[in-house]
Ligand binder design. Structure first.
Ligand code: PHE
Length: 338
């Protein structure tokens, strides 16, 4: 290829003017291929220097080299220019207004029953108790027989208990948390200090004061020299922690197959006596069934409904509020805060 300075100048001009007219990175890329790439006119001119004699080679070499460095320089400047334009644009389009209010979403939180369960667990752990749990699907033997509830006891009838098919499997949805007492005594040696909070089931219709799925907390102590005075003192402390220091408790004689003597525990709260739960000294028959040496040990047990506790404490008049999960109800207990 014959070299011609006029042609080289034309190539230089068209390269510079195309670079000058470039408005974005895409066309800059094309310009780079067209005017700086291996196949660009100036690169080709450079490649043909080898066929010239020494004098022309140095003359054209300088001329082409000068043209190419002008194109390189123009390209470098253009790149810088486009980059700073882009930076300004990014700053504008991606600007964040830190003063804008963020969209507020409700945070999840604990159900009031869970809060109460945690409160009760904490307070008994503070007294040295352990928290014990057991299955909700329970054997009939643990839910009834071991607790001295004979086969003809009304609590076993179809009315109260959810029996699970096949009936020969002798499984029920536990009607109270008392089977956890049995499980604990069968697996641990006294001294035993446990509470068992959990879900319980009875075949009741959901209404203002009943729910077929509810919660209880059961307490069990087996140790040497345990008396009803220990039971009363424990219930007093428990009641005061939940209902406040002004609350009073009283024991009213009652009957449970698994305790002897048995009592209802009432609390005096907001100006009236209210039944709170059941309690008593663990029946020797139950202790013996669990292999406890009754010459050495005695025990007490108590059990409360947690829905009832919550209703009394907060003046809730409709059970539906507790079970239906309407967040407006839960919010008033500080859902999201605790
Ligand atoms: N398990 C009894 C109930 O469900 C409550 C209770 C527990 C009573 C422990 C006495 C002792 O009604």
């Amino acid at each position: 290829m014959a070299l011609d300075k006029n042609q080289i100048e034309l190539d230089l001009k068209s390269a510079l003017s195309e670079i000058a007219n470039t408005k974005n990175f895409d066309s800059l890329k094309q310009v780079k291929i067209d005017h700086l790439g291996d196949k660009s006119p100036l690169a080709r001119a450079n490649q043909s220097l080898g066929s010239l004699d020494a004098k022309d080679r140095s003359d054209f070499g300088k001329f082409i080299g000068d043209a190419r460095s002008q194109v390189n320089e123009a390209f470098r400047k253009k790149t810088e220019e486009l980059e700073s334009e882009r930076d300004v644009q990014v700053l504008q389009t991606e600007r964040v207004d830190v003063t804008l209010a963020k969209p507020r979403t409700l945070e999840g939180g604990l159900h009031p029953l869970t809060i109460l369960t945690n409160e009760i667990s904490d307070l008994f752990i503070g007294l040295g108790y352990n928290v014990a749990e057991g299955p909700e699907l329970e054997s009939e033997w643990l839910n009834f027989d071991a607790l001295n509830i004979p086969a003809d006891h009304p609590a076993r009838s179809m009315q109260d208990t959810f029996f699970i098919e096949p009936l020969e499997a002798k499984l029920v949805l536990r009607t109270h948390t008392s089977p956890v007492q049995i499980r604990t005594m069968l697996t641990q040696k006294p001294p035993i200090y446990v509470i068992c909070p959990g879900k319980t089931y009875r075949a009741d219709e959901l209404d203002a004061t009943h729910t077929p799925v509810f919660h209880q907390v059961e307490g069990l102590v087996v140790d040497e020299n345990i008396t009803m005075a220990d039971l009363k003192g424990t219930l007093d402390y428990f009641a005061k922690s939940i209902f406040g220091n002004d609350v009073k408790t009283r024991l009213r004689p009652s009957f449970f197959p698994f305790t002897e003597p048995s009592a209802e525990v009432d609390i005096f709260f907001n100006g009236r006596w209210i039944e709170w739960g059941g309690c008593g000294m663990v029946n020797e028959k139950v202790l013996i069934a669990c292999g406890v040496d009754v010459k050495k040990f005695s025990g007490f047990a108590f059990g409360m409904g947690l829905e009832r506790t919550l209703m009394v404490k907060h003046g809730i008049t409709d059970m539906h509020d507790i079970v239906e999960g309407d967040v407006r109800f839960s919010q008033s207990f500080g859902v999201g805060k605790k």
